[in-house]
Write a protein that binds this ligand. Structure first.
Ligand code: BGC
Length: 414
């Protein structure tokens, strides 16, 4: 192991020496614009500058990254791709197949990425055997967040079943508090839906329906029960939910206007940026039932000309996988490091829960990719599902109609 590190260090030095003549430049497209997100990406910008690089920022606001992905397509089509892009899941392989992504295997091999990444994460970062993306974190999606004081004042505990959640939400509603902080945007509806699907239906159902797209699972009574719970949740959001950004929904929980939010742990980045402490000001609990929905943020490098830009890509890939960067970044971001060798000593209790349950789920076969955050499916299939989920959430559509529409939409997207 020691020998390996020495080798890794010397080949890394050689690699960087080759690029040393050029001053590293990057233009980075990402969608990290909320308070917690901006604080997180600033860590990378600072490290990049400290190593002599010039960073041109291209933030495209819009949680979940839909707007960023539209901006990316426009840039690539006009022959002017950004040097580095926040890109995730199968979209990485889709772009690689279009022949526009750089192979960053030299950096990955020099730094020994395979030694420090869980296999499932490493798999997402590879394209036809080559390393084509660098991971920064593991976000967990299936979380329930709550304002501790709001719950205490209403005499309710953090719910551990959906019956208990619905009853608690009812109590809050009667007390004049918004039960569920939510933003009516398609990706947020999809986030609720996948959490309910895993939590109510269990890991096998989630996998059959939202990873394998099994028509029987899509049309099943279990899926009807998922849409029933979505209808119940719709009754717990406030009248102004339409179009609200996720971080503004988190702010409602932070300031006590709302009791709960169901959202990935980027929400914790907002609590942290507001100086709030888990267990005291806010509570985190994984959604009822088994399983862990993961969402890994990563960056891919697009084929560009110019030694300075290539040097920028190599430096960025190296920094992203740096152990100290992964610690600081994830403390701000709400996620846990992608590297398994970073100590969690400085992390809070929610991060410890995440790490322990991720390991247990990996051992028990219930570590599952988030469809709503682009980890499970290609764009066409994920989009088809989200369209139905949003149409159902924003209408009076019955669960019977929704499952039929879901199965048809998925079949038509293949
Ligand atoms: C990303 C997170 C981001 C969140 C809200 C998710 O898809 O993985 O990094 O904070 O969207 O924008």
């Amino acid at each position: 192991m020691r020998k390996l590190n020495v080798l890794a260090a010397s080949s890394m030095a050689a690699l960087l020496a080759g690029a040393a003549a050029a001053e590293p430049q990057v233009e980075v497209l990402h969608w990290w614009t909320s308070g917690g997100e901006a604080k997180s990406v600033a860590v990378l910008q600072q490290e990049f500058a400290e190593r002599g690089g010039t960073w041109t920022d291209m933030p495209v606001a819009g949680g979940g990254g839909d707007a960023a992905m539209t901006a990316l397509r426009a840039r690539v089509l006009s022959g002017n791709a950004p040097t580095a892009v926040q890109l995730k899941g199968p979209a990485i392989q889709e772009w690689y197949e279009e022949g526009v992504l750089s192979d960053i295997s030299d950096v990955a091999e020099a730094q020994g990425w395979s030694e420090v990444l869980p296999e499932a994460i490493a798999g997402h970062m590879k394209c036809e055997g080559a390393w084509c993306a660098a991971p920064v974190n593991v976000h967990r999606v299936d979380w329930i967040w709550a304002n501790a004081k709001v719950l205490e004042d209403a005499g309710i505990e953090m719910p551990t079943t959906w019956e208990a959640f619905n009853a608690a939400a009812q109590t809050l509603q009667e007390a004049g508090v918004v039960p569920l902080a939510h933003g009516g945007q398609a990706w947020q509806d999809a986030t609720l839906f996948e959490v309910v699907a895993l939590s109510l239906g269990g890991p096998e159902f989630y996998k059959a329906a939202l990873v394998d797209l099994d028509p029987e699972a899509l049309k099943s009574d279990q899926m009807k029960a998922v849409f029933d719970q979505m209808r119940t949740l719709r009754g717990f959001v406030d009248d102004n939910f339409s179009g609200r950004e996720w971080n503004l929904a988190t702010a409602m929980v932070i300031n006590g206007e709302a009791g709960f939010q169901i959202m990935g742990d980027w929400a914790k980045g907002e609590f942290a940026a507001a100086g709030k402490t888990p267990g005291e000001d806010f509570l985190c609990a994984s959604a009822p039932g088994e399983g862990f929905l993961y969402n890994v943020d990563s960056f891919a490098m697009f084929e560009v000309d110019g030694e300075d830009r290539v040097a920028g890509q190599k430096l960025l890939a190296e920094l992203i996988m740096g152990p100290t960067f992964q610690e600081t970044f994830n403390l701000n971001k709400g996620s846990i490091p992608a590297r398994t060798d970073v100590s969690l000593d400085k992390f809070d209790s929610c991060a410890h829960t995440s790490s322990e349950e991720m390991q247990a789920s990996a051992d028990g076969g219930s570590l599952l990719p988030s469809y709503a955050h682009g980890m499970a499916l290609r764009g066409a299939q994920a989009g088809a599902i989200t369209d139905v989920v949003t149409a159902h959430f924003n209408s009076e559509m019955s669960s019977d109609e929704a499952v039929q529409m879901l199965a048809d939409a998925v079949a038509n997207s293949m």
